[in-house]
Design a protein around this ligand. Structure first.
Ligand SMILES: Nc1ncnc2c1ncn2[C@@H]1O[C@H](COP(=O)(O)OP(=O)(O)O)[C@@H](O)[C@H]1O
Ligand SMILES: O=P(O)(O)OC[C@H](O)CO
Length: 607
């Protein structure tokens, strides 16, 4: 089924993923000058929520992968919410509803469901092992986070047959060869697969955030902050609401599974997710052509002393934590009346100020999530451990510390996600003896201390909050482009009944200027040219009730879209020296949508 066109956001052929994972494993082995036979164990870590359904007999997927930030299932979510649920797992239900014959195949036991870890485990073991770990299972919202088993009530409510779901196991099958996930075949022939962790939980583990209150932020495509909350699912006192077996929702954060080592109690975590972080930098590079490579953003941003009053809210597919607003859209604020079109053209070409704003946006978002976390957990964060591709950017890291008012620690190994998977697998087979030993391997590469006076910090946060406010309330039932207004046949009658496409566009414009009622009335008399672009103290757009039926401005013609282009090029690397005679190398094979952390054991060699 990989023949269907693959868009970055809309899905990927499974064949691509499997092929690329094998390629990356080969590359990792080659670079490390090792053979599979020299490996002690392999751990799998993966982009979470991304979903695949395949035929158990042929191994053929029924559909492309639906990745975590795909918005094609928005309408389904709306429907589920109206039916009384919220945050229910949507991707599998969408597939069951939309792929011809899939529901019957699911009920007959022919169709298997998995997140990418399950798919890779199944492929690596020649189709003999069908399992997932608690962290990945928890992201489907089909698992009961207390019993750590599939929730029968939830399955019934969503019409998901139990027989298509994998067995749920721990994240690290500790010290028993009979308990590892399975033995690999093919490219990793004979190697025990001994650990599985969703990528963000793997980073938490790789950062050795083992104590309650310790937290990390991974800056990749999105940015994900996880704080260890201990072995009791204990945020009940601050719970905002809870529905079914879905995680508890507090201040826009999710209580989720952190990791589970063998038969030890499960460790939980509080999570704040930000949809666009590194992907906003990619957007500047690819869609605006502001610079050649993502690393160039730092020099461009450093070429101006500050953001010049420009704020950029990358709400391309709405805002995730702590807002969870699907109606928000990307916004650039703070352009002044002094700017001419020449300034705008120059700004688009050089974009120094906005490049800085893009970086700062990531830091602002993380700061907000951490502030919500402090409130919910009752623990004040004293330091933040960071990892992921964006942490190469020292300007961003310094700004993060400044705006947070808390030191930021960058480790020697920034591919902490792969490292965490290697740790989980290595623990299982005895490469490391315990978590204390893992903790002792964590090395700081740089500490970024906050330098910004609190007065300045507060001023910036104030302006950021205003910018966020301006990004809200953008998407409603009215199309925002001429083509959407004209081509939406289903809406034509309604539009003609109430107004014209011209009026619809004016309405969107009015919303953007915060003067909806004035413009709506001028539209009805045929007047109004969009109003003044200049001064005056603009008030915030009036809040309206939204039904969010369609997201015209975001979706692609195929209904996909909104994704941030998760994943990215492969990267292989990361080295560390273990205690004693064994040296462990975490080799990350990052593919579109999937990553394999390989724990390699080798004697007396430094990497
Ligand atoms: N020097 C840099 N400055 C800012 N962003 C960067 C830099 N280098 C990489 N990035 C961003 O980091 C992201 C890749 O990080 P990575 O951890 O590999 O993400 P993922 O695991 O989601 O694929 C990309 O979105 C890229 O734009
Ligand atoms: O695409 P990433 O690497 O930012 O991570 C995706 C997360 O796993 C989504 O839950």
């Amino acid at each position: 089924m990989a023949a269907e066109s693959d868009s970055i956001a809309g899905g990927r052929g499974d064949g691509d993923i499997w092929e690329r994972v094998q390629q990356c494993v080969r590359c990792a082995l080659e670079e490390a000058r090792l053979t599979a036979a020299q490996l002690s164990a392999v751990g799998i870590t993966n982009q979470r929520e991304s979903t695949l359904v395949w035929d158990r007999h042929t191994g053929q997927p029924y559909h492309n992968v639906i990745v975590w930030n795909d918005t094609r299932t928005d309408a389904l979510c709306e429907q589920l919410m109206q039916d009384g649920g919220k945050d229910r797992f949507r991707d599998l239900v969408w597939l069951l509803d939309n792929v011809p014959g899939l529901r019957a195949a699911a009920h007959s036991g022919d169709a298997l469901f998995g997140t990418m870890d399950t798919w890779l485990l199944w492929k690596l073991t020649g189709g003999t092992q069908f399992a997932t770990d608690v962290t990945n299972a928890s992201r489907t919202l089909l698992m009961n986070v207390r019993t750590l088993q599939w929730d029968e009530g939830q399955l019934r409510a969503l019409g998901v047959p139990r027989c298509m779901l994998p067995e749920i196991r721990s994240s690290s099958e500790i010290r028993s060869s009979s308990e590892v996930y399975g033995q690999a075949t093919g490219v990793l022939e004979g190697v025990p697969i001994a650990g599985i962790l969703g990528d963000q939980q793997a980073a938490l583990f790789g950062q050795t955030c083992f104590d309650p209150g310790s937290a990390k932020c991974t800056y990749g495509t999105g940015a994900f902050i996880l704080m260890n909350t201990g072995d009791t699912h204990g945020l009940l006192s601050t719970v905002g609401y809870k529905l079914g077996s879905a995680p508890f929702v507090t201040h826009g954060l999710l209580s989720t599974v952190g990791y589970k080592l063998g038969s030890a109690p499960c460790v939980y975590a509080l999570e704040g997710s930000i949809a666009y972080a590194g992907s906003a930098v990619q957007w500047c590079r690819d869609n605006l052509g502001l610079f050649q490579s993502t690393a160039d953003v730092e020099a461009l941003a450093r070429s101006v002393p500050d953001n010049g009053g420009v704020y950029f809210v990358p709400a391309f597919a709405g805002l995730f934590a702590p807002y969870w607003r699907k109606d928000a859209r990307g916004t650039v604020c703070g352009l002044t009346a002094y700017n001419t079109k020449a300034h705008i053209a120059r700004a688009v070409l050089e974009a120094a100020a906005s490049a800085r704003a893009v970086l700062e946006a990531a830091a602002f978002q993380v700061t907000e999530v951490l502030s919500a976390m402090n409130t919910d957990s009752g623990v004040d964060l004293r330091m933040l451990k960071v990892d992921g591709g964006m942490t190469a950017n020292a300007l961003l890291m310094q700004f993060q510390a400044d705006i947070l008012g808390t030191p930021v620690f960058r480790p020697e190994i920034s591919e902490t996600t792969a490292l965490g998977a290697a740790f989980a697998a290595g623990l299982a087979v005895g490469v490391w003896h315990d978590q204390e030993e893992l903790r002792s391997t964590w090395k700081r590469q740089q500490r970024f201390a906050p330098e910004l006076p609190s007065r300045a910090r507060e001023a910036l946060l104030h302006s950021w909050a205003k910018a966020v406010d301006k990004s809200l309330d953008w998407i409603d039932d009215v199309p925002t482009t001429v083509s959407a207004a004209l081509s939406d046949a289903a809406d034509a009658a309604a539009l003609h009944a109430s107004s014209s496409p011209r009026a619809a566009l004016r309405k969107s414009w009015a919303s953007s200027t915060g003067s909806l009622s004035a413009l709506a009335s001028s539209a009805s008399t045929g007047g109004g040219d969009g109003g003044s672009s200049g001064g005056g103290k603009s008030k915030h757009a009036p809040r309206r009730h939204h039904r969010h039926k369609r997201h015209h401005s975001q979706q692609q013609p195929d209904g996909s879209g909104g994704g941030g282009g998760g994943g990215g090029g492969g990267s292989v690397g990361g080295g560390m020296v273990g205690q004693g005679r064994l040296v462990a190398v975490a080799a990350a094979a990052l593919c579109v949508g999937a990553a394999v952390g390989v724990a390699l054991a080798r004697r007396q060699q430094r990497w």
